[in-house]
Design a protein around this ligand. Sequence first.
Ligand code: IPM
Ligand code: MG
Length: 352
Amino acid sequence: MKIAVFAGDGIGPEVTTQAVRVLQALDLPGMELAYGDVGGMAYYKHGHPLPEATLETARACDAILFGAVGDFSCDHLERHLRPEQAILGLRAALSLFANLRPATTFPGLEHMSALRPEIAREIDLLIVRELNGDVYFGEKGIRTLDDGRRQGWDMMSYADDEVRRIAHVAFRAAQGRKGRLCSVDKANVLETFQLWRDVVIEVSSEYPDVALEHMYVDNAAMQLVRAPGAFDVVVTGNMFGDILSDQASMCVGSIGLLASASLGERQTEFGTFGLYEPIHGSAPDIAGQGKANPMATILSAAMMLRHSFGREAEAARIEAAVATTLRDGILGGDLGGTYGCEAVGQAVCERL
Ligand code: IPM
Ligand code: MG
């Protein structure tokens, strides 16, 4: 079980340390860790946010545990040298096109939601976000028009095969859950998402057991706060998925609680090769203070055991330990508590 650990910037190192600690507490046979540099720290050390050596480490492993990237001191750099290029580069280079972002309210934490507790209680959804296409990876630039105005532009596109493969992932996920899939698009305005909708409908004929509905993204943003319990699986493009998953995190209570798995087609000895990361960023404002909530990264490690190593039992054990820790009131500052990063990690290990 070879795991690449890329901690990155800001709170990345703190939260990954706790997730590694939880993995080690399971005492799994044959677990090996390989560390690598990513993000702003990699830029300062090697002159690039995603050094070739890091990519090689990633390719030599079965899974990647990723912390966070982002550093304001890099804002002036050319785009290809900015910290974010590390995660975007890994997603692209390793063809990790399917991003699973579950959002479920933890019992006892309903009052932390930005929504009323009786609404928050119902949340149990999975966002399936396409991760290799959309406006994120189109041509882009800042150009000067003939009349002297500067114009920023980013090309948005999806090819049918890109939509088809993420649709299959989402339909299969819905089959394993409550059998409902909501495809979120903007087909009323964007051609990219008209094609998206057409292809999702084509694919749906192969999944008669899944109830498919379509929703415009603005409406989806509204429904996510009005009645989030009505969603089961949501499938959407890269950009809308980025936005809706942050929104979903505050419906659950904190962005420090949401994990993610980024999967492609490559199979390893035990499952699917994947990258696992919290959905939050590097949080430079609290970095190095030991205050960050490691739960999202710990839950990402659980997803890793499930998807890349076929260890469902251990994944469920971690998730149960996290739920118990939260129920016991061992909470970080993001959840109104006073426990630090290490104390939360320690509490999860004890409950394992
Ligand atoms: C995320 C993040 C990234 C994204 C950034 C860091 C590039 O916000 O994983 O949601 O936009 O995908
Ligand atoms: Mg995001």
